[in-house]
Write a protein that binds this ligand. Structure first.
Ligand code: MG
Length: 393
């Protein structure tokens, strides 16, 4: 049976909350972020209202640039506590419809409502009910994508903002994807874009014309990934806390290294990230993992199971450092290190919140980029730099 997945994204969330709290801001360009200091401010735009967008202001833009484009805008610092509270209330609405809610950020989530359709109607109807509840109870709007998987639902939610509702019917997937720009492909970061550019690919439909063997020849194991996405295939589950199996972080060195101090620093940094994420999720695990890739791409993974579960950075680091010392072939250059923890038990007594679960989806994107850099990396980057240098002459 086909799954029914919703991607729900609040519209200009922080700015919309401010406009709701302060009616005098309605209809005005509201820009939430760093202090612009009359154009001399540092930092970036966090969110802006739709009224600010015609001036060319968008999120992640330097605040000084936003000020140049829209000096009469209303600039406000973020009120994190308020946004969090509102976010929790919105997520409570999602939980009325399904337990399978995966938060992506404070204002964005995937919902698997496959099991809810008998009770609440089809995907589109559930999306309408949720949108209505958000407007009625919180005077805010959301845009929703409805599809048979996360990737398509996420693209769909973005196509008709604000207050959008876009459904991708299972028999209309190819038509839906064919004219979309290739930048909408999940995981298509800068490196990937450059390769597609070289291939003359502008739309997802153009990529879909490549047979699988051609793509695997060109991209290695990523070929299958791109093939699937070009055809709208995505098997990823909506991951709730209950099905998180491991927490891990990796680092690819800009330059392969055999300097022990650098390697140990990196392991410590990775252990710190993993420990932080475990603590945030209220998880503790027994098995510590090391991943070690040498400059010739030979990769080993080793693990050690501890007598007790841990979420402690120092214990994770000590264990992974021990694994490294036991297994490292002295003098060889290292390309990539990874640290992970699995074998979870929920730490007792801790109340779960949605924020325990906000997962670094970007990690996975970064991993895809890492794979590309592994394969094409320096080559692609230096090629682009050379081009720039020539142009600047
Ligand atoms: Mg949003």
């Amino acid at each position: 049976m086909a799954r029914v997945i919703l991607h729900i994204d609040m519209d200009a969330f922080f700015a919309a909350v401010e406009q709701r709290e302060h009616p005098e801001l309605k209809g005005k360009p509201v820009i939430i972020g760093a202090d612009p200091k009359e154009g001399k401010g540092r930092g970036v735009v966090s969110t802006c209202s739709y009224e600010a967008r015609p001036f060319g202001v968008h999120s992640a833009m330097p605040i000084s640039e936003a000020y140049r484009k829209c000096p009469h805008g209303i600039y406000l610092p973020p009120n994190g506590k308020l946004y969090r509270q509102v976010s929790e209330n919105i997520f409570d609405i999602y939980n009325r419809y399904t337990d399978a809610v995966e938060p992506l950020s404070i204002d964005e989530a995937f919902l698997d409502v496959t099991g809810s359709t008998r009770l609440f109607g089809e995907g589109r109807q559930i999306a309408e009910q949720i949108k209505d509840a958000i407007v009625r109870e919180h005077r805010l709007t959301a845009s929703v994508g409805v599809a048979c998987n996360k990737y398509l639902a996420k693209i769909a939610s973005d196509l008709d903002k604000p207050d959008g509702l876009v459904e991708v019917a299972p028999d209309a997937i190819d038509a839906f994807l064919s004219d979309l720009h290739i930048s909408r492909l999940w995981g298509a970061g800068k490196q990937t874009q450059k390769i597609f550019q070289h291939m003359g690919i502008k739309t997802i439909g153009q990529l879909a014309r490549y047979p699988l063997p051609t793509l695997t020849h060109k991209f290695g194991k990523l070929g299958q990934h791109f093939y699937n996405l070009a055809h709208g295939i995505d098997e990823r589950e909506v991951s709730t806390l209950a099905n998180v199996k491991s927490v891990s972080n990796e680092h690819t060195f800009g330059q392969d290294t055999n300097v022990i101090a650098t390697i140990e620093n990196t392991l410590f940094h990775l252990a710190g990230k993993v420990g932080y994420r475990l603590r945030k999720k209220g998880l503790a695990g027994k098995t510590i993992h090391l991943k070690l890739r040498y400059d010739n791409f030979n990769t080993i993974t080793r693990n050690k199971t501890l007598p007790k579960t841990t979420d402690n950075t120092q214990i994770i680091y000590d264990t992974v450092k021990w694994l490294f010392e036991q297994n490292y072939q002295s003098g060889r250059k290292v390309r990539l290190l990874g640290v992970g923890v699995s074998g979870f038990e929920q730490k007792g007594g801790k109340q779960k919140t949605i924020f325990d679960m906000i997962d670094e989806k970007n990690d996975r994107l970064n991993q895809i980029e890492d794979l590309l850099v592994d394969r094409y990396g320096d080559n692609i980057i230096s090629r682009a730099e050379n081009l720039n240098r020539k142009r600047n002459k």
